[in-house]
Design a protein around this ligand. Structure first.
Ligand SMILES: Cc1cc2nc3c(=O)[nH]c(=O)nc-3n(C[C@H](O)[C@H](O)[C@H](O)COP(=O)(O)OP(=O)(O)OC[C@H]3O[C@@H](n4cnc5c(N)ncnc54)[C@H](O)[C@@H]3O)c2cc1C
Length: 712
């Protein structure tokens, strides 16, 4: 009997689906609310009729699809009474949009404005829940605040079903000027990524019959405005760890509580849950990354993705991998209705945000990122499953394994912009690594990606433990306050524009400006150079990164500067009488590039320090990275492109190994030279059309040159 019913139903579904197209999905959504008791029978019938264009016959046919016989019967009764209009229930308190707003085409600024009612919240105003999305959680998968707002509590229980308003605010806070440099907190490249992410989130919600309400004003003001129209029962949001964001949270809490509601702040962003940590991050945070890693690896588990959502929990489909369903369907359904009568709001223009429109991303970029969960998941699928790159992943912070080079398009995942904006949940990424390990291969590379996510957690929980010290000149242990810091604007400007005359700095800085990204190795090179060699206030570097990075996240940026860069750089030098020390990078390059021979780089090593500064020069043999971002150095042999001062320092000869042959000074040792470069008193500063000092600047500080010192 039941089998027959199912057979009949699937025939009905097939027929009606073709006829109704998108409206069938709407109907399905409505019936899921009805089955979950979010909608009473009368309201379900009213809305279903609207969706079906008033076709009662069709409705009765579709009602047969409902599995629960009581629910079917209630609808049939209700439809009969609806035949007499006078008996219809009064209009529901919270109404629905007749159809989901159609996705914006072309410009995403033209989102429709729904009926805006000027009203003051009263006890009769509709009660709603709010999901407060932030720039760090722009997705629908594995989103705890969304689950809670839609009535899913711990263990998947069903809470009070209220209409849910989804909110994203372009708060002017994110675009205000930074104190030392006067730069906008968010630069144009990251702003574009945000806009794309917001657009994607809005589309994703619309596909679920929801709407993303967008505002451009202080967040607490946005909340206040909403509370003049609705009674806000609960605002659900992810937690913050840095002080300015926490202050914003407190202001929002004030507004919500004044209206009789509550702000529920839920733990997220990290791989591990705060409550699962085997130590109290505020009282006994591990002193070092290694201690942190050992503690979490031994003492806590990673919670499952989206365990709050019954449908997702039940099917357990991968939303990424080839063997799973590969779509977001079921990750966060069914949902409560959206309130209507709200101005939906547009995504602002660059001009409205006070920014210049950015040029398209430079095609030399490691990746042309597009913001949003859709592209994040597609990219992840591509990296893991289609191109199968995880098996040879190197990892951002993998600096100790000789021969490993963390520069290059495939050496690291390039997921940071999506992780930083919450387009991708770290738990989902972790789950996918485990899938990969089960299905394809488990090796050091697959582990290393988990290790990087632990780094990410260390820095984020660290920001809780270290507090505002990560923004202060003295740093985490306040040990750097009295170091000789400078704020020399001319030096800073040469650093930011990639004109210091040190290719290992300049290539990464130019890449950063053009793309919003450079590898971890690049970030460490330029950051160390700023502190150790230029002696500039490290917070100026921090601000530059904050403005420029496409993957900026406050804890990750300031935490890395305060924990990793500034203390190490000031500990090791420069000491009295020292000149540039970051040349150590060349030593590191040697260790990592099997093709670099000691004698090729031994001439420009720093003096003694074992500090390992990485592999800038990676791809050292052809100096690929340097030449890609500093095309003016293209005519130079690789060794000279990496250290152009070889052209001007007699002790560094032979500068060009190619064609060199002067034992007793008669040979023209390179193509355009008329005299031996060693024996010639006026050493030429041009080579194959390259004019040193004109095409590329002389070094901003003197390179430290230690002749004939081989790396240990
Ligand atoms: C001075 C400085 C500032 C930085 N600022 C940021 C920032 O604002 N936002 C940011 O996401 N990363 C920052 N990093 C960390 C790191 O450089 C980038 O996360 C990494 O380069 C991103 O490339 P990927 O996604 O290919 O890395 P992968 O090697 O693929 O790593 C996977 C993920 O692990 C995380 N991760 C890896 N290393 C770190 C780390 N040291 N700290 C925090 N997370 C890490 C990132 O989310 C990254 O996407 C900074 C590093 C330094 C030295």
């Amino acid at each position: 009997m039941e089998q027959e019913r199912r057979k009949k139903n699937s025939a009905v579904v097939k027929k009606v689906k073709t006829r109704l197209g998108e409206r069938f999905d709407e109907f399905k959504q409505l019936s899921s609310y009805y089955q979950r008791d979010v909608l009473p029978a009368t309201e379900f019938v009213n809305k279903a009729l609207e969706t079906l264009g008033g076709d009662m016959q069709l409705l009765l046919e579709l009602v047969e699809l409902l599995p629960d016989p009581d629910k079917r019967e209630a609808v049939i009764k209700c439809s009969a009474s609806l035949a007499q209009p006078s008996k219809r229930d009064p209009a529901p308190r919270v109404s629905w949009p007749a159809t989901s707003p159609s996705p914006d085409k072309g410009s995403w600024d033209k989102s429709p404005v729904l009926d805006l009612r000027e009203s003051r919240s009263t006890s009769a105003s509709p009660r709603i829940n709010v999901v407060w999305f932030k720039p760090t959680d722009m997705r629908v998968h594995d989103h705890l605040p969304m689950a809670r707002a839609h009535g899913y509590g711990d263990g998947g229980t069903h809470g009070e079903p209220l209409p849910v308003l989804h909110l994203f605010v372009f708060d002017p806070f994110w675009f205000k000027k930074l104190p030392l440099t006067g730069l906008a907190k968010t630069g144009p490249i990251r702003a574009r990524f945000w806009m794309e992410s917001v657009h994607d989130l809005r589309e994703s919600l619309r596909r679920r019959g929801q709407e993303l309400i967008i505002r451009r004003q202080p967040t607490e003001q946005a909340m206040r405005d909403i509370s003049t129209q609705f009674r806000i029962a609960n605002v659900y949001a992810y937690n913050e760890v840095c002080s300015e964001e926490l202050s914003m949270e407190e202001r929002v809490r004030g507004v919500v509580e004044a209206g009789g509601g509550a702000l529920s702040v839920l733990q997220g962003f990290t791989l591990y849950h705060l409550e699962d940590l085997p130590f109290d991050p505020l009282r006994s945070f591990p002193q070092t990354y290694s201690a942190f890693r050992r503690a979490v690896e031994q003492g806590c588990r990673v919670r499952a993705v989206g365990e709050e959502w019954p449908k997702y929990r039940k099917t357990g489909h991968s939303i990424v991998s080839e063997k799973g369903r590969g779509s977001l369907q079921g990750t966060c359904e069914p949902l409560c209705p959206a309130p209507t009568g709200v101005e939906v709001g547009n995504i602002p223009t660059y001009q409205e945000l006070g920014l210049e429109e950015p040029a398209p991303l430079d095609d030399r970029a490691d990746h042309i990122w597009r913001g949003g969960e859709t592209s994040a998941l597609a990219y992840l699928n591509d990296y893991f499953w289609k191109r199968d790159l995880l098996r040879r992943y190197v990892g951002a912070t993998n600096t100790m394994t000789e021969g490993k080079i963390a520069i290059g398009k495939e050496a690291t995942t390039k997921l940071s912009p999506w992780l930083a904006h919450g387009n991708l949940s770290p738990r989902l990424l972790y789950q996918e690594i485990e899938n990969y390990e089960k299905r394809r291969l488990k090796n050091k590379c697959t582990y290393w990606l988990k290790h990087e996510l632990i780094w990410r957690d260390f820095i984020r929980f660290g920001a809780m433990a270290w507090g505002d010290n990560i923004f202060k000149i003295g740093g985490i242990g306040r040990q750097m306050a009295n170091w000789r810091w400078s704020r020399d604007q001319a030096k800073f400007s040469r650093w930011t524009t990639g004109q210091t005359g040190f290719p290992f700095n300049d290539c990464f800085m130019r890449e950063l400006v053009a793309t919003g990204y450079t590898t971890h190795c690049g970030r460490e090179c330029v950051a160390w150079f700023l502190v150790r060699d230029l002696g500039l206030d490290w917070r100026m570097g921090g601000e530059w990164f904050e403005h420029t990075l496409i993957d900026y996240e406050p804890a990750a940026n300031w935490g890395n500067w305060a924990y990793r860069i500034a203390p190490t750089a000031t500990k090791w030098g420069p000491r009295e009488g020292d000149v540039t020390q970051s040349i150590e990078m060349l030593l590191w390059a040697h260790k990592h590039d099997p093709e670099a021979r000691p004698e090729q780089i031994a001439t420009t090593l720093c003096d003694g320090s074992q500090l390992r500064v990485y592999s800038l020069v990676l791809n050292a043999k052809p100096a690929r990275h340097v030449k890609m971002w500093l095309p003016e150095l293209e005519p130079l042999p690789a060794k000279v492109a990496l250290e152009p001062w070889r052209m001007s320092v007699r002790e560094l000869s032979p500068i060009f190994s190619v064609e060199w042959s002067c034992e007793q000074c008669t040979y023209i040792n390179s193509s355009d030279r008329t005299e031996c470069e060693l024996c010639n008193d006026s050493r030429p500063l041009s080579y194959c059309g390259f004019n040193y000092g004109k095409d590329y600047p002389m070094p901003i500080v003197e390179p430290k040159i230690t002749k004939d010192k081989s790396p240990s």
